[in-house]
Write a protein that binds this ligand. Structure first.
Ligand code: M6R
Length: 607
């Protein structure tokens, strides 16, 4: 989603800002722009589409100046055109914005009535026009910005520069994050520390409600009540090295190939390899005293959470609920006094998941988050975190972060089972053994990808695809359908296999591929019966199973993808991999923008 960067230094700002925008590209965007001060005047270059277009615009008409702000825009209000691209502004002020100004229509009407002339359809321009009016009324930039922030409603982060003030950037965080970087004779501001990593390792994070006044040498922080506050400078471990694709064509392909290493790293961290004992951190709450677990997340992270719920209930015997974060808090669910809130997020910035976290905290839950970005907003607001240590995930479609989330959840479920005495040490050791088999089997799947590529050719022809699964593999069916939709734009739905006969079976005809995630295990026979029902109605049955399962379904399967044998407990993690690979290969055949599919953002920072 939108990315913000700001630079004040002694050298040319525009190249640094453009570089920072490149590091924010992964968030997803459809236009971009930069503003600097040239001899005290605001100058802008903006372009529709990818950063290469902005780079072209800059090479044709370079931007001088030692102060600049830049933006990658994921359109919310107004089409992704050059006119609507940020920075927005007037002759007095330029603004970049991530989030939504909810009261923009009302502000716009008020400002137009006072003579301000708008040139775009964006909510962001209301910020520029509001600040501009305060400046015209005689306020200095800092006072004008603060007065404007007090009028804005919504969840947003902003950065502003002012004509005639070559040493001033003002930033604000209200619901969307901002990081401040401290350099030598230079200060920076960015949507995340990753954007700033090549510039400095010294980072301070705004707390929600904060705003900051940057000069070339300092940062002054203020809270929501305009009181001066101190924010700690931390040394980030993020590397400034460019994140590349290696020898792969796409980030998604590279990240798919990282599954074995990432799963192995998580297991290595959470399981003592010699004793097979679980290694969980000291939590600031006792696992055995938790009465109920409430899981919330979005998209793939939610599907990981659904699988986690299955493990928590069936192995640890603890009551667990799971809900998509965009719905969760609006139900105002009552939560147990000794409840644990469990959030799952790759980015740690997803607005709905963050809001769910805050709701849980407001209802006295202890909050544990499973995160891939330990320097994220959710990390800062949680009581404890478990890191998925998957490394930066750049492809918009989540791959390795998903299996890392599943792996962390599997070990956590075993840890809670141990704390509650729901499983014996011997049972836990057998289950950890099953997990430890995953990396090698994942590598086998990645190496022997020919059957998946062949299947992709069939799926690429389909208009609609059904995915079926049961138990802990139902969320993997959901993951398969989501991955196919988002990367290849083919309509896909997932159902718990037993639900088929309650409606979706009406969709089945000869043109409908029905993909079953069906490892051998306690639920295999039930899934097999459901597949028989689909086959009897002419559906093209495609089976993801082990050799024994595939043999049993041989008569009805149009195609079979054989997955190495695995214990049913670990199967969801292993089966997620071929399901994601299928989506990738279909997308390649469809010729879509695999790493940045249309309309999508990596980090969804609006509700
Ligand atoms: O950063 P998060 O894990 O919180 O993101 C959640 C979803 O936006 C994300 O999983 C999304 O569904 C992916 N595009 C799925 O591939």
């Amino acid at each position: 989603m939108c990315g913000i960067i700001g630079v004040i230094g002694t050298g040319q700002a525009a190249p640094l800002v453009l570089d920072g925008l490149r590091r924010l590209e992964y968030r997803g965007y459809d236009s971009a722009g930069i503003a600097t001060l040239v001899n005290g005047h605001i100058e802008r270059r903006r372009a529709e589409g990818k950063l290469v277009n902005l780079a072209d615009a800059l090479s044709q008409k370079p931007l001088a100046g030692t102060i600049g702000i830049g933006h990658t825009r994921w359109a919310t209000h107004g089409a992704p055109t050059e006119v609507n691209a940020h920075p927005h502004g007037t002759a007095r002020v330029a603004v970049v914005h991530n989030g939504i100004i909810e009261n923009h229509a009302e502000l716009r009407a008020e400002l137009e009535a006072k003579g301000q002339v708008f040139t775009t359809e964006t909510d962001t321009e209301t910020v520029a026009q509001l600040v501009d009016l305060f400046l015209q009324n005689g306020l200095e930039p800092i006072a004008a910005a603060s007065a404007a922030f007090a009028r804005l409603e919504g969840a947003y982060a902003l950065a502003l520069i002012f004509a005639g003030h070559p040493e001033l950037i003002i930033g604000v965080q209200r619901g969307a994050p901002l990081a401040i970087g401290f350099g030598e004779e230079a200060m920076y501001l960015g949507s995340d520390a990753m954007a700033l990593a090549p510039l400095t390792r010294r980072i301070a994070y705004l707390e929600d409600g904060d705003w900051v006044v940057l000069s070339r040498q300092s940062a002054a922080f203020f809270n929501r009540d305009d009181q001066p506050v101190k924010r700690e400078i931390k040394l980030t471990n993020l590397t400034g090295a460019a994140i590349g694709k290696g020898n792969f064509r796409h980030f998604m392909e590279k990240e798919l190939h990282e599954h074995p290493v990432v799963i192995g790293d998580v297991l290595h961290k959470m399981i003592d390899q010699s004793s097979k004992m679980l290694v969980l951190p000291e939590f600031p709450f006792a696992l055995e005293s938790i009465s109920r677990i409430t899981i919330s997340a979005c998209g793939s992270a939610f599907y990981a959470g659904l699988t986690g719920r299955f493990w928590l209930e069936s192995l640890a015997g603890i009551a667990a609920d799971a809900d998509v974060a965009s719905e969760f808090r609006y139900r105002a669910p009552p939560l147990d006094a000794n409840g644990l809130g469990l959030l799952v997020s790759q980015s740690g910035e997803t607005a709905d998941t963050l809001a769910a976290l805050r709701y849980m905290k407001s209802r006295s839950q202890k909050v544990l988050s499973i995160l891939n970005v330990p320097e994220s907003s959710m990390a800062r607001e949680s009581d404890a975190i478990l890191e998925t240590i998957a490394g930066p995930e750049i492809g918009v479609a989540s791959t390795k972060a998903f299996t890392a989330q599943l792996t962390v959840l599997a070990v956590l479920a075993l840890g809670i089972a141990r704390a509650r005495g729901a499983l014996t040490d011997t049972q836990i050791a057998a289950l950890t053994d099953a997990l430890l088999e995953i990396p090698a089997k994942a590598a086998q799947i990645l190496i022997n990808d020919a059957p998946i590529r062949a299947l992709a050719a069939r799926i690429a022809e389909a208009r609609d695809v059904l995915y079926l699964g049961r138990g802990a593999c139902f969320p993997i069916a959901l993951e398969g359908a989501l991955k196919l939709k988002e990367t290849s734009y083919i309509h896909a739905e997932a159902y718990a296999a037993g639900e088929l006969k309650h409606g979706p079976i009406a969709l089945i005809d000869k043109a409908m591929p029905v993909i079953a995630i069906a490892p051998s295990g306690p639920l295999f026979e039930k899934t097999a019966s459901n597949l028989q029902e689909a086959a009897a109605r002419g559906g093209q049955i495609i089976v993801f199973s082990d050799a024994a399962g595939a043999a049993k379904l041989e008569k009805i399967a149009a195609e079979t993808i054989i997955i190495p044998d695995i214990d049913p407990f670990a199967a969801p993690i292993l089966y997620a991999i071929p399901v994601q690979m299928l989506a990738y290969h279909v997308a390649i055949l469809k010729g879509t923008d695999v790493d940045q599919p249309r309309n999508l953002a990596k980090s969804v920072t609006v509700e």
